[in-house]
Ligand binder design. Structure first.
Ligand code: ADP
Length: 464
């Protein structure tokens, strides 16, 4: 980035300077040459007038005019040739053509009223023709052929060019140095950031990226720190999850080990004891199985939503079948299970997953209920969502734990949950499923009075 920035800055500064110089010097030299042609032509008009006044072109000698012409040609290190309308040379500052006929292309053209001007690069001269006409501007009386040196102009132009080149080179160098410094200043925060990120990648998670200078850079560093914080949270929740999983899976194993050891230590243990302990071991195996199954469902939920099998299903039917299945379990505790549907609801959902989510809620409402209590499930909808509530008259959840119950393996009362076969994963699974359907879940509960879970799920599934 540093090099690219430097190259672009140099290109942006030096190229315009070079262009400016090339254009300016080209323009300058053409301009001053055009000026010289104008000057010579003006002089032609002046001296031509004098010639007409003194019959110079008819052969009337004039020392004054000759002197003036000599002086002018001397001034510009040139040659001036004057002819009359019959091509006869009346004046030649070199004296070579005096009185002779000069029939060259430019003279013929001039006497046909076509003036020419030309710059000859080799000799560094401009030459031009001036047509002398009488006052009526109709009759051509002669012409003047000028050869004027531009050496003095070229010389001063060269001096200007050299000075300009020197100035431009200095400006260019200054700009390069300035570009270099600027590029360093601009890229410094990024280098700093790369160093910080590298340190974090090396494992120094507690360090933060702290960049100041430009607000954009500060924004990047803030965004990076937020991402880092989130990663730290994810990492710690991952570690917690792994340790929870290990602990949960170990507990039944430990129980089984204790049971098996105590049998092994009694060689003459009665068959009844064997039977009893083997039954306990069987229960622990079931528990281990439940935990593993729950974990597997949770891991599946963590995968992408592509796993969702969305179909238009009747929520009324779905709730009815859940309640029908759980009724015998509720009956065992003498718990009344009621469903109140305010309207017929069909929605785009994954039937299997939604059944699992709602079953978890109803099972909990039975599990954490009092004998002779009630569980009430309601279903309602509007034009956008359907709403399910699962209310119970159970033991309730103390306020401080209400946020945590959706976390994996979190159980308010571990002993009771274990007694009822809970793994602490049910609500985590439910919440995951609800979120997969772009819905929301919340809990309202009061200790010893009861708990209500409320679900809100869109009727139409929108892929996120
Ligand atoms: P578990 O398998 O232990 O039931 P869940 O994730 O389903 O795990 O629930 C987490 C914890 O939330 C439970 O251990 C229980 O303490 C509490 N809980 C869930 N539902 C209810 C409810 N209806 N009434 C009281 N407590 C509940």
């Amino acid at each position: 980035m540093h090099v690219r920035l430097l190259i672009s800055m140099i290109a942006l500064t030096v190229i315009p300077v070079i262009f400016l110089q090339a254009f300016y010097t080209g323009y300058m030299i053409n301009h001053i040459r055009a000026n010289r042609i104008d000057l010579v032509r003006n002089y032609g008009a002046l001296i031509g007038k004098e010639m007409l006044q003194t019959d110079y072109l008819e052969g009337q000698a004039s020392a004054v005019i000759d002197g003036e012409i000599q002086q002018f040609s001397g001034l510009y290190d040139g040659r001036i040739v004057v002819t009359d309308a019959d091509f006869t040379v009346r004046m030649d500052t070199y004296g070579m053509l005096m009185g002779k006929k000069l029939v060259s292309e430019e003279v013929v053209l001039a006497l046909q009223d076509t003036e020419l001007s030309y710059y000859d690069r080799d000799s560094d001269q401009v030459w031009l023709t001036y047509v002398i006409k009488d006052e009526t501007e109709e009759t051509i009386r002669g012409m003047i052929l000028f050869f004027v040196s531009c050496a003095d102009l070229t010389e001063s132009h060269d001096i200007i060019l050299r000075t300009m080149t020197l100035v431009m080179i200095s400006v260019g160098l200054l700009l390069i140095v300035l570009s270099f410094v600027m590029a360093r200043i601009f890229t410094k925060p990024f280098k700093h950031m790369a160093t910080s990120i590298n340190r974090i990648s090396e494992g120094y998670f507690d360090e933060e990226v702290c960049l100041t200078g430009f607000s954009e850079v500060e924004q990047i560093s803030d965004a990076f720190n937020t991402m880092l914080k989130r990663l730290k949270e994810l990492e710690s929740s991952r570690q917690e999850f792994v340790s929870n999983v290990s602990h949960e899976l170990k507990t039944p194993l430990t129980s089984m080990k204790v049971l098996a050891d105590s049998l092994n230590m009694q060689p003459d243990a009665p068959v009844e004891l064997y039977r009893e302990f083997m039954q306990d071991i069987g229960e622990e195996i079931d528990r281990e199985n439940t935990i593993i199954n729950d974990l597997l469902s949770l891991v599946k939920m963590d995968k992408t939503e592509a796993d969702l099998n969305i179909a238009n299903i009747s929520i009324n039917d779905l709730l009815e079948s859940i309640l029908k299945r759980l009724k015998p379990i509720a009956a065992k505790k003498n718990i009344e299970l009621v469903l109140e549907s305010y309207r017929t609801v069909t929605a785009e959902c994954d039937e299997v997953k939604l059944t699992l989510a709602l079953s978890n809620l109803v099972e909990n409402a039975i599990k954490y209920n009092i004998a002779g209590g009630w569980v009430k499930v309601t279903l309602d909808s509007d034009h956008k969502y359907f709403y399910v509530t699962v209310a119970d008259s159970g033991i309730g959840i103390p306020e401080e734990y209400q946020e945590k119950i959706f976390e994996r393996f979190y159980r308010v009362d571990k002993a009771r949950s274990r007694e009822t076969g809970g793994t602490g994963l049910g609500l985590a699974i439910t919440k995951n499923i609800v979120q997969m359907h772009n819905g929301a879940i919340k809990v309202v509960s009061k200790e010893d009075e009861g708990t209500t879970f409320s679900l809100r799920i869109p009727l139409t599934y929108i892929k996120q």
